[in-house]
Design a protein around this ligand. Sequence first.
Ligand code: NAD
Ligand code: AHE
Ligand code: ZN
Ligand code: ZN
Length: 379
Amino acid sequence: TVGKPVICKAAIAWEAGKPLVVEDVEVGAPKAHEVRIKLAYTGVCHTDAYTLSGADPEGAFPVVLGHEGAGIVESVGEGVTNVKVGDHVIALYTPECGECKFCASGKTNLCGKIRATQGRGVMPDGTSRFKCVRTGESLLHFMGCSTFSEYTVVADISVVAVQPEAPMDRTCLLGCGITTGYGAATITANIQPGDNVAVFGAGCVGLSVVQGAAAKLKGKGRIFVIDINDDKKSWATKFGATDFVNPTKIDGKRIQDYLVDVTDGGFEWTFDCTGNVEVMRAALECCHKGWGESIIIGVAAAGKEISTRPFQLVTGRVWRGCAFGGVKGRSQLPGLVQDYLDGVLKVDEFITDRRGLSDINQAFHDMHSGLAVRTVLDV
Ligand code: NAD
Ligand code: AHE
Ligand code: ZN
Ligand code: ZN
């Protein structure tokens, strides 16, 4: 197939708010500095649902969604040196070129090299590698990954080779949810033993923050999980939370006031893993006066804005955020895969269901109903 298009199945999002349709697509051959991946497995992240819902200001249709995928390199374009045919790889929605202003700064994982084209749903040369066989229409890429397809094409800086002994039905989840939360706790934040931590939202991302925070606290300090779904209590405990609060069951008190009261002043670290701007405010306002930091991970809908009294910051609280946990994909993801192989990082425990690509709409349904932490799709 090298140098030729392949025809395969992909789940196409034709319109915002409509179910995906699994049908034949043509996936073009990789051009210079591009890599075609035969995907093995993909997770379904809340951000896929967010963009599908129409709430993403960058969302455009028709598109092949998905950004939490692992697979095998099927072919490479001219000039690709970082991966070769047969490598087991994870797609990176946060690429790492190593050369742009962002990468060279050493201060951030937000590579800028292809961000503009990625946001427009096209490859770095401004064109798409996806075409619908039935209609002949060109389809957009998503977050530089498009993993809801048997084959995809990504930029070479958007892919990392990982240990082939690591099972891809697990490592796909390192493509977003687990890395995002674990990285936020272990790389973006500077959690010390004895600190108190609050995690709002116990999905894959929030539970991964809990896992990372527990690793940093080494048994000293508390980890509160705040979720409106009581079923998440046992999940939170499993990953190391010490306390669980359902904010709808605290006698009408504001959650931030309740939490400040029960922690003698609030938290050293709080994390929003919901995408709800009211929750983000509460997460900031339950930080400890003088030093508490709140980290926004959740993605909010178009038009939503955060607010608080500036006094909250004047009195020493810090508001920040991160993408992909602050993790540099090509430099740091193999290390996380090794942690998984060494039994240090829990991954299997996040998988609540396994399905085929043809069942993808059920995976979205189970996410919205609160049943799923992660459904892994066998692509
Ligand atoms: P998820 O749907 O699996 O989990 C969200 C959890 O939040 C659920 O348990 C839900 O019950 C809970 N929740 C919803 N509203 C709440 C509220 N008002 N108070 C408390 N809990 C509430 O989602 P996920 O895949 O874990 O993703 C979480 C968020 O992180 C999403 O907004 C997603 O788009 C975002 N995200 C951001 C990044 C990043 O790099 N910044 C990466 C991945 C995901
Ligand atoms: N497109 C949205 C923002 C979406 C967003 O914030 N995406 C996160 C990753 S979510 C993964 O599940 C991210 O990486 N952001 C940094 C970036 O450069 O996109 C919007 O509001 O326009
Ligand atoms: Zn994601
Ligand atoms: Zn870069």
